[in-house]
Write a protein that binds this ligand. Structure first.
Ligand code: ADP
Ligand code: MG
Length: 459
């Protein structure tokens, strides 16, 4: 601030030398303090609205040009009348009154591991996530009572973490003394290993058991970590007995979790399970509009057509959708281009082309894989992908599904789409079956290795 005040003094001296002395005195003489510096804007205090308007209209550009000589980062001047500044101060005071103790507030947030930017207000609701959203809101409103645990599942980038953190933030906003803890499941495992290797069980329990609300993200990462599962099981029991709210997210249904003890996964279904799906076009447009409001002061600079264009290209993941918008915003603002579809295309070319070409690439590979498998088992490709239940078709089909998952790791739903739109769980069970059979069936193992080899994979 002090430095900014000095710089303003310099800029002002320059203005004095450039302007008619009457004008300078009338307008700039009394402008002598910097009110605040926020987000690269330096706010100067002026006496009244009349002077503010005159400076904005006639001199602001010149001031900003002069400013450039003194600052390394991009900064700009803005003006506030004394009245406006007074209002801001009042607002700030009343905010402080609502949260009298800043330190308690900051500490509660720090301990919770929450990111306050994930809240319900900026979560856009549509058909694909409405049930998940209303359930989360109910849980946040009455933790421990309406749905315990709340289990949210869905593919990556669809808002599970956002919604889960929304629960935590809502609860903290309501009562800062509630002990909320957000943790990713892999961090839980890491902590458990760390504390148990030093036999510091009490400290571990101090962290995890002294909570009112426990949010565990991506529970699938507990797979194969038996000790941590055991510990989590105990924690779950302790918290649930005391009606402490537990929220869990996962990339699949609890019953489909692999390598996690059934004792645990069956408990996940004791509460309420909800899923989040891909947003449809309208929903994606709404999400972009909301993000745009958060990114710019003036969303009207961005034509609806361009929004629709972005929404139509990025159709399966909100994170990518968001990234695309930011990129277009950055590109057009940085180079001062208009927000047109053409410019958006240019800005996104690197994101779209690999996406398209990788799609084609995978498509070719998949077609090859399907014909390799059908040749190997002497059936036609159309029988292979059909819904016929005879074992001579069924088994190769399950193997084909397994191979696609194993080699390309596509989402189950996506794999299902190559087999007459089989649903997510059918594909998952097939993959699992083959996975299990492989442990005991040597011939199958040889077949699968040969098939992989024929698909061009070095098994
Ligand atoms: P997941 O945990 O399911 O992988 P995230 O919660 O991390 O997904 O969401 C990815 C990004 O998309 C985040 O930036 C999040 O804010 C945003 N997002 C997802 N769904 C929505 C929504 N319905 N409204 C607003 N933003 C969303
Ligand atoms: Mg997540």
């Amino acid at each position: 601030m002090e430095q900014q005040a000095e710089i303003w003094h310099e800029v002002k001296t320059q203005l004095a030398s450039q302007l008619e002395s009457n004008t300078f005195e009338e307008i700039f003489e009394s402008v002598d303090s910097v009110f605040k510096v926020r987000n690269n804007y330096i706010y100067l205090l002026v006496d009244n609205d009349f002077i503010k308007k005159r400076i904005e209209m006639l001199y602001l550009k010149r001031m900003n040009r002069l400013l450039e000589n003194y600052v390394s980062e991009k900064h700009e001047y803005r003006l506030l009348t004394k009245e406006e500044a007074e209002e801001e101060l009042q607002d700030e005071k009343s905010r402080e009154l609502n949260h009298p103790d800043h330190e308690v507030y900051d500490e509660a947030y720090l301990n919770s591991n929450l990111n306050s930017s994930y809240n319900f207000r900026n979560f856009v609701v549509g058909n694909s996530n409405r049930l998940a959203y209303t359930s989360a809101l109910k849980v946040a409103d009455q933790p421990g009572i309406v749905a315990n645990p709340l289990y949210i599942f869905g593919d990556v980038g669809l808002g599970k973490t956002h919604l889960m953190q929304g629960v935590g933030n809502y609860i903290l906003e309501g009562d800062i003394n509630t002990r909320v803890l957000y943790v990713k499941a892999d961090k839980f495992v890491e902590d458990y290993v760390k504390y148990s290797s030093k036999k510091k069980y009490t400290e571990f329990n101090d962290i995890y058991r002294n909570v009112d609300v426990l949010l565990v993200d991506d529970i699938q990462f507990l797979a194969k970590k038996e000790k941590s599962q055991e510990e989590f099981f105990k924690l779950f029991e302790v918290l649930r007995d005391q009606q402490k709210q537990i929220v869990i997210t996962s990339d699949r249904k609890a019953s489909d979790l692999r390598d996690i003890m059934a004792r645990l996964t069956s408990r996940f279904a004791w509460g309420v399970t909800v899923d989040i799906n891909r947003p449809d076009l309208d929903h994606r447009i709404k999400i972009l509009e909301k993000k745009l409001m958060a990114e710019t002061n003036d969303p009207s600079i961005f034509p609806k057509k361009v929004i629709e264009y972005i929404a139509s290209v990025f159709d399966n993941n909100v994170r990518e959708l968001e990234g695309a918008l930011k990129r277009v915003l950055f590109y057009c603002t940085a180079f001062d281009y208009d927000f047109t579809i053409k410019n958006a295309e240019i800005a996104l070319v690197n994101l779209i082309q690999p996406k398209k070409s990788s799609k084609n690439f995978i498509k070719d590979k998949l077609q090859n894989l399907l014909s390799v498998v059908s040749d190997y088992y002497n059936i036609s490709t159309s029988d292979l992908i059909s819904k016929k239940r005879k074992r001579m078709y069924l088994y190769p089909r399950q193997i084909a599904m397994y191979l696609i998952k194993d080699i390309y790791d596509l989402p189950y739903k996506k794999i299902g789409s190559y087999f007459m739109n089989r649903d997510h769980s059918t594909v998952m069970h097939s993959v699992e079956k083959i996975h299990n059979d492989l442990q005991i069936d040597k011939d199958l193992k040889i077949d699968v290795e040969k098939l992989k080899h024929k698909c061009g994979e070095n098994a």
